[in-house]
Design a protein around this ligand. Structure first.
Ligand SMILES: [Mn+2]
Length: 340
């Protein structure tokens, strides 16, 4: 039986107010199914356990939003000069993430911790934008830190992308590394300065499948990244010490509001097989849980995304159940469940 956390939140007025945004959207990538994740997670009892075991007051409109009302009537592949492939569903993803940012902002501006259940990882453009704007307003212009836990860096620009799928680009757009394309300026044209993150306040954990163009972006921008090589070399405990120290969120440090964006494909496919782009050699479930526990313990968490659970993928029903169970475990750990 879990008990509520005793950790004091450093950036939220109270510890137990949780806003939930359920996003049934898969347009940032080609495989159907990831839009079914929020309902599968909720049906498996995720929100009930947050209410009953961790004693959160959950603010949720009891809807999974598919945001189809924001889909444009036409959204042809967007051809961009110097790009290898066209950008796919660009207007759709732009419109949907704008709507997500407003929903996340609505919760965050009231001082709630915000949990966004995806959906593919393109939705993080919206969730991070909403968090960043609300925190700037509530805390005198303060920037947020982002911990991006993923097998991939998702930092392609339209020019470096080899697929055109926007779930591989959210970090580029939300950090301003990628600008609204000249060919279609309304694509992510809604992103203003107050929505953006500072790339020097981003940390990656769990990387093991990074495109050549992305490696150049990481190097040129000096982005702090902990790959699976680092997890093997130092162990997850030391990696989290280094990551949190870098973000000024270690013991005795001043702290920064943290947005945790957790892609379930950071976990090894043994623990999370039902996802669109699984990569072998990933985090164990305990390592994933430990990342979440460590961030919770800082008291700095202000928002979390859980993305890329795809209940239509995986070999069998057991694979799907395991993936959903893993996803629920990650959320509960980030929100304060502890072993003892
Ligand atoms: Mn991702």
């Amino acid at each position: 039986m879990a008990a509520p956390s005793t950790t004091h939140s450093r950036f939220l007025p109270s510890e137990n107010q949780l806003g939930v945004v359920a996003v049934g959207f898969s347009g940032g990538q080609p495989k159907p199914g990831v839009e079914a994740a929020p309902l599968a997670l909720i049906k498996s009892g995720l929100l009930d356990s947050l209410r009953n075991d961790l004693e959160f007051v959950v603010h949720h409109d009891n809807q999974v939003h598919d945001f189809t009302e924001y889909f444009p009537t036409s959204d042809p592949p967007l051809i961009i000069s110097n790009a290898r492939v066209p950008m796919l569903n660009s207007l759709t993803v732009s419109n949907v993430t704008c709507a997500i940012s407003a929903q996340v902002y609505e919760h965050a501006s009231k001082g709630r911790l915000v949990l966004t259940l995806g959906g593919d990882h393109s939705i993080a453009v919206g969730s991070i934008a909403g968090t960043a704007k609300a925190i700037r307003e509530r805390h005198d212009g303060r920037e947020i830190a982002v911990v991006w836990v993923d097998a991939h860096t998702d930092i392609n620009t339209p020019e470096t992308s080899g697929s055109g799928n926007i779930h591989g680009m959210p970090v580029a757009f939300i950090s301003g590394l990628a600008k609204p394309p000249r060919e279609s300026p309304s694509v992510f044209g809604w992103i203003k300065k107050h929505h953006m993150i500072n790339i020097s306040k981003l940390v990656y954990i769990g990387l093991r499948d990074v495109d050549p163009g992305e490696k150049i972006i990481l190097r040129e921008n000096g982005i702090r990244a902990f790959s699976m090589h680092d997890v093997d070399k130092y162990g997850i405990g030391k990696v989290m010490d280094m990551a949190l120290d870098y973000l000024n969120c270690g013991p005795g440090q001043e702290g920064m509001p943290i947005h945790l964006s957790f892609d379930v494909d950071a976990l090894d496919p043994v623990f999370a097989p039902s996802t669109g782009t699984p990569v072998r050699g990933g985090l164990t479930l305990r390592e994933g849980d430990f990342i979440c526990e460590s961030i919770h313990e800082t008291g700095c968490l202000v928002a979390m995304d859980l993305v890329e659970v795809n209940p239509l993928l995986g070999e069998n029903d057991l694979a799907r159940k395991e993936t959903i169970r893993s996803g629920c475990s990650l959320v509960r750990c980030a929100l304060g469940e502890s072993l003892l």
